[in-house]
Design a protein around this ligand. Structure first.
Ligand code: FRU
Length: 599
């Protein structure tokens, strides 16, 4: 089926060719300014105007707009970014239960704003997974031609490694594993910290694992309670193999099994990780179509499935980098997937190298991904620093219905946005909104908008009101720039496609208009959230916008979409307009939006 009439055209039109914003053209970096406010949490109803005219048939004024640059105002407020230099994959994520601090390390080039050797582990900490403090380099590579590539951290509370003595508290016996990469070899190194994760000592007999390969990397280590062994997963990247090793002392590692040729292969496998993820369900689990629902049950009755995360780059069907996952069982040596399906963690373009935290409280599985894509990350128009992480997500496995005839296990993601560090500057809640075809509901978030907002929308669809399959029945949310509303981010649902879309192409920023890999439009199928009492399907989206990144969580997080977007410098999102393509199809049951600021 083809649907032709896009009534609310975003008329990108013919954009004059503009030069790629080359990363070497540096602009001076000025420090992030945070909007401090002594007012505390002030909740004000947003200025609400419901307009009778739909102004969303937008042309673009392509000239004379300020360009996005690295000034203080462009840095996300609740996403981890490096103070300066380049960042990619999250590494060594762990929670220090002694100091109550979350630690995140990352692939770090302090000398340039693009990837390059020597590559370090950078380091940041957070008390709440929302606001991060960057500390710069924590682990250095062996020499200037090598890199301390991706890896992980575990807590060796029982000192199985012998790296510690009584002067280090059990909860702070921190051991890092990473890949030392040079032109000929990728081998695995161990380093330990005696000061709570701020500095590291190299294990004197490194490497702990070297098989003579130059494509063997990204160790993720965890303690397997049931077999009382350390387990390490590693990518034998270009053989499409995840190798699983075990150890009793963190120094001697024994190969136990290979998990190979699963899922989308792409060019290579990177950053594998195995995690025990809590199952949440209120229905019996004899539900999956193949009946393979063995669950690991803990003494406290909690149920778990094992999830193998895997990163593929390049070669994502959507272009560039993608994270997939497999649900299954793990006996301490071998991971057995429950079916042959490859599932996608996040359907946006900017979510890669996901890693989960060691030692998250309550048995939670919390993860962070690098919010960019290798296809274009070097050209993204920030200057003195480049890249941010995703927001932290709490993962669970739950049954869901992708269609009426299947119930499947699925990874759910809940974003962690800790409100104690944030204040709500504007708040608006509306329910039972009907939108005509020729009008827009407009909500202004105020002139003090700092580009950080959170919203939730739940809507009901009456498909029988669409006169013809040739009518494009969309419910669109147009998030407009506060200085110039000709720049905007458009999101929405279209009945015809049973899918959600994100359009990040409505901007004057050169990079967006010129870089052919920075696809402007992402789409994805979303399943019905609920069926209303009147039999009509209901859908839901929860979104977090933080200056130049949007993360969407559909239907309580059964699928997500993370995407960078760039409006001109300082043109933060300052309002939203909601439109419907066809009269009488959509009822917005609830719409809630908060304009947030750092305290
Ligand atoms: C994934 C990756 C890893 C590697 C690191 C190098 O993005 O390629 O496989 O360890 O980045 O920075």
């Amino acid at each position: 089926m083809a649907f032709s009439s896009l009534k609310k055209s975003d008329s990108v039109g013919s954009t004059p060719h503009r030069k790629q914003n080359h990363p070497n053209k540096r602009k001076p970096f000025s420090k992030m300014q945070l909007l401090g406010s002594a007012l505390g949490a002030l909740v004000i109803a947003a200025g609400v105007t419901a307009s009778q005219s739909n102004s969303r048939s937008r042309g673009k004024n392509t000239d004379s707009q300020p360009q996005f640059n690295a000034s203080s105002g462009t840095r996300p407020l609740v996403h981890l970014t490096p103070n300066k230099g380049w960042m990619n994959d999250p590494n060594g994520l762990f929670y220090d239960s002694e100091a109550s601090i979350w630690h995140a390390y990352y692939q770090y080039n302090p000398n340039d704003n693009v990837w390059g050797l020597p590559l370090y582990w950078g380091h940041a900490t957070s008390e709440d997974l929302t606001v991060w403090e960057d500390h710069g380099a924590a682990i250095a590579p062996q020499n200037d031609e090598s890199g301390a590539f991706s890896g992980s951290i575990i807590i060796d509370a029982n000192n199985t490694s012998g790296f510690f003595n009584d002067s280090t508290k059990p909860a702070q016996r921190i051991v890092a594993f990473y890949t030392e990469h040079n032109a000929t070899t990728e081998s695995q190194y161990a380093a330990y910290s005696l000061d709570g994760g701020f500095t590291f000592e190299q294990y004197e007999h490194n490497p702990v694992l070297d098989i003579g390969s130059d494509q063997f990397r990204d160790p993720k280590v965890f303690w397997h309670e049931e077999s009382e062994r350390w387990v390490m997963t590693l990518a034998l990247s270009q053989e499409y193999t995840i190798q699983i090793f075990t150890s009793e002392n963190l120094k001697d590692w024994e190969l136990q099994s290979n998990f190979s040729h699963h899922g989308i292969l792409g060019y290579q496998y990177e950053c594998p990780g195995l995690a025990k993820v809590r199952v949440e369900r209120d229905i019996p689990l004899n539900v999956t179509s193949n009946g393979k629902t063995n669950l690991t049950t803990q003494d406290d009755g909690a149920e778990y499935k094992w999830v193998m995360f895997l990163s593929i780059n390049p070669g994502s069907p959507a272009g560039g980098s993608v994270n997939e996952y497999f649900i299954g069982d793990f006996d301490g040596k071998t991971f057995t997937p429950q079916d042959s399906a490859a599932r996608i963690v996040d359907h946006g373009k900017d979510f890669y190298a996901l890693q989960t935290f060691t030692n998250a409280p309550n048995g939670d599985t919390i993860g962070i991904a690098w919010a960019s894509n290798w296809d274009y990350c070097a050209f993204v128009p920030t200057e003195a620093w480049k890249s941010s992480m995703s927001i932290a997500r709490n993962f669970t496995v739950r049954p869901y219905n992708p269609n009426p005839q299947s119930t499947e296990l699925n990874l759910y993601s809940t974003p962690i946005l800790n409100s104690t560090d944030l204040q709500t500057k504007r708040y608006l809640k509306k329910s039972s909104l009907e939108i005509g075809a020729d009008e827009a509901l407009k909500y202004n978030l105020g002139n003090d908008a700092q580009g950080l907002l959170e919203f939730t929308a739940t809507w009901k669809v009456n498909g029988s009101s669409i006169p013809s399959v040739g009518d494009f029945a969309d419910l669109s949310f147009w998030f407009t720039g506060k200085e110039d509303d000709d720049e905007y981010l458009r999101l929405g649902y279209a009945v015809n496609a049973a899918g959600f879309f994100v359009d990040r192409g409505n901007t004057d920023v050169d990079f967006v208009n010129d870089n052919p890999f920075f696809n402007n439009r992402q789409t994805q199928n979303i399943e019905t959230y609920k069926i209303g009492t009147d039999g009509l399907p209901i859908y839901k989206v929860h979104g977090i916008i933080d200056r130049n990144i949007i993360e969407l969580f559909f239907n309580d997080g059964s699928s997500t979409s993370t995407n960078l977007f760039f409006l001109s410098d300082g043109n933060y999102i300052g309002g939203v307009e909601i439109t419907a393509g066809v009269e009488g199809v959509f009822t917005i049951l609830d719409f809630e939006i908060k304009q947030l600021a750092r305290k």
